[in-house]
Write a protein that binds this ligand. Sequence first.
Ligand code: FE2
Length: 386
Amino acid sequence: MNSAPIPVNAVETASLVCHPGVFLVEKDYELIFLCDKPAMASVVVDGRTFTDNVNGVMRSDTDVHKIKVPMSLLDKAGAYRVHITPLADHCNYYPKPAPTEAYDYPFTPIPETGDIKAYVLADTHGQVTVPAETALAHGSFDFLILLGDIGDSAASKEQVTTLHRLTAAITGGRFPTVYIRGNHDTRGYMAEHLHKYIPTRNGATYYTFRAGPVWGVVLDCGEDKPDTSIEYGSLEYGGVADYIGFRNAQTDYLRDLIANADTTYNAEGVTRRVALCHINFTYTDRPFNDYNPALYEKWIRCLNEIGIDMLICGHEHRVGIQPDSYFHGDPIPAFPTLLTSAHCDNPEPLRGGHKPGEFTGTSLTFTAEGVKHVFTNHKGEELDFT
Ligand SMILES: [Fe+2]
């Protein structure tokens, strides 16, 4: 488990709460980190400074920061420095910032060729220690995938920042993470502010990423029940869920990717293609999309055309390859759906179970032949389902 951040210069004006997360979004990294009090922030890579600003104004009244850095620059530099600077009074003239505290991090980029390893955790629901132990017990890997429902909800800052504390405990700010929003992450009063805490493509929770020879597309179903479910109120009377346009926009996004295949999933160096989504939308027995029942067929048609190797999901609290018979639509998926996490050390295939202090995640290896998966528990034991 990675320990607490240690500053280069302990001026103790404001400190990092935990190590930064370095998140893959499109062709950039988004560095996200928490401070123990409101402060301004910047990141320095190879002599270039990137600040957290809004239209040129430094953000000082916030304790969470998100700073975009070009992937190619950080990969080449192999290190970055974080600066945090409290500003007690963001006054009109002559503001007086407190001394800046600095933190140095080495950074290991994902190799551009060869076999690539990732570790997947989903449905941690507010837990940090046991899921982190699970990933670390497996050994080293090139990037982390946090596949939704990382907090138990977005009802409190404690729950929302599970993402940052879990990422820090596993990566120590030293290698990349891919984050996918889950349906529990859409619930509660902070859900509308979640975009400030998570990686996004200009605010959108669906995007692509490159991890060496791996191309991925992150999709986001939103909630797992119809927008009209009583849990969300109702649209007619002012409900809190309106995912119709949001999901349709992702269909358009997938079609745009296909129209630009040469620069997306067929770009130079891509050998493996995956889709990541918290909800296994290839399971169609649950009517969570009542206003647009054909939507996921459109997504599947696009993913078939892209030729993904695998759809990687959480949500079910179980592990295994989902049987093809779970999908009743048209076209049928030309790819397997992998379920990746369970809350116990010894889940049976496609069965879950909850046992405190235990967890199972998934190790992925992207090779020239395909995507291999192994389920490992919090002791680091591989589960043999043969
Ligand atoms: Fe879920």
